[in-house]
Every structure is written in structure tokens, then in C-alpha cells.
Design a protein around this ligand. Sequence first.
Ligand SMILES: C[S@@+](CC[C@H](N)C(=O)[O-])C[C@H]1O[C@@H](n2cnc3c(N)ncnc32)[C@H](O)[C@@H]1O
Length: 273
Amino acid sequence: MTNAVGKNIYAMRKKQGLTQEELARLINVSFQAVSKWENGVSAPDIYMLPLLANIFHCNIDSLLGYPAEQQKIMDYEERYKSDGYYWGTQPSNMCYEVMKLCPPNRPLRLLDAACGEGKNAVFFARNGYSVTAFDAVEPGLDKARILADKVGVDVNFFKADMLNFRLDKEFDVIFCSGALHYIPQDLRKEILENYQDHTSIGGLHAMNVFVRKPFVKSPSDEKEFRYKWISGEIFTYYANWLIASCDEIIFDCMSGGSPHKHCMDTVYAIRQS
Ligand SMILES: C[S@@+](CC[C@H](N)C(=O)[O-])C[C@H]1O[C@@H](n2cnc3c(N)ncnc32)[C@H](O)[C@@H]1O
């Protein structure tokens, strides 16, 4: 933990363009204290955390290394360990849109980011795409591999955390369904730019994300969907791409056992240059 906090303080201080001395002055400690935090020798006192979070315009969870996401990931571990496929094995409707916009009439390299138990990745592989897929939760990937075997397709599944994993090779299609709300605000630009930079010209992004609407109240909102995006936010990242279609829907949900609603934005965008 000490190391994670220190690394985060270092990264956020640099991002703000502050020297160790300047940060130290703002929070009334010595620059040696800041240096020790950043080198993992010691950690800031607990009462420092709100001050630091305020200066870095982030929340305390982010400063501490995303423990909320860790909790979320542990929840998924439990879900995926149970019998059957938590999300089913039928592909999402988004997959059919991808097939219309980018049909696999030549070998297309497709990435499914945060693929869960692999229902979409396996569908794409079955339809001729060359599929790579990752998720942070191993039991989900185990089930995904079993599904791929059963169907008789090859998918390159691997474990990765999208908060710190970055692409280093190119894809023709990047698909991400039901997971972007795990990305805190301060990492969205960097992650999406990395995905965009590693997309071929003419390549497609198909993404959806839960968004906040003041009139759409969800009981599980705070815990489960704390990083919901602003309505329309995802579209802004594609201002320089051809937006083939974008959409916002409000739908009923029964997760957690009580009826509620969610709002979701979906974008299909094609890289032009
Ligand atoms: C709602 S499920 C969607 C799964 C899959 N995309 C689908 O449509 O069936 C969200 C997925 O995001 C994954 N996830 C959450 N945070 C993640 C992270 N930081 N890195 C990678 N995967 C993550 C979870 O493990 C889970 O499988």
C-alpha cells in the first residue's frame, strides 16, 4: 500500500506540474517527507489524504490505489466462481452492429476489453475475427476458455487490469461492453487515447458506458456504479473520428433484487486518419 500511495502521489504531482517543494508547502510538510512518500519509505498520515486528494482533484480511493475497484473485482471473482455463466453465453446486440460495420471479410484483429466470461469474444471468433480478449478476473477467463473450447475456436485470452494495462499492438476493432464505468475520470483520456492510437485507419471502436442522469435513480448506484460517466462524455472522445452511430437509452434492471433503471450511452466510431 505504501508503495502504491507513493507512486500515485509522484504521478499526480508530476501531472499537476508541481515540484516536491511546492507540494510540501501546500500541505505544510517538509519536502523530505514528500520524497519519502514517493520512494515508499513512509506513507502520509491519514489526515493528509483529503488535502492531497483536493490538490490532485481526485478522490481518496484513487490516491490509495483504487481499493474500490479491487473490491469490485473480488465481487466478480465470486460471481464467476458460481455454476453456469453469470452473463449467459449469448452475444450482446452490440456484436451484430460490429459485424455490420466491420464485417470479417478479411482477417480482422479484434480486442474485447474486460471480456468477462467471454460470450462476445467467442462469438466474434466463431464469425471469423482474430480475437484477443482480457479481463481482470481469472475465474471469468477460465470460463471463457472453456466456452471457446466447447465451440472450437481460438481466442487469445489473458488477464489484465485495464487501469494499468496499455496496448502495444494494433487492432482493427476494439470492443468494450459494460466495463468503462470502472475507469475513474482521471484515467479515461489516457486509456481511450491508447486504444485509439492502436487502432488501424478504418478501424472501429464499439463501446458502451453507464452514465449519470439526475432523474434516473439506481439503488445500487453508489457502490456499483460510482464511476458512471457524464451523459454524452464518451462521444466527445470520438470528435475526430467518424461516429457511425451513437445512442443513449434508459432501461429497467433487476440486479440486486430490486427494480431500478440505468442510463447507457453507446458509440460506434471509425478512425479516419
Ligand atoms: C458487466 S461485466 C461485462 C463483461 C463482458 N464485457 C460482457 O459484456 O459480458 C464487467 C467486466 O469488467 C471487468 N472489469 C472490471 N474492472 C476491470 C479492470 N480494471 N480491468 C479489466 N476488467 C475489469 C469485470 O471483471 C467484469 O468481467
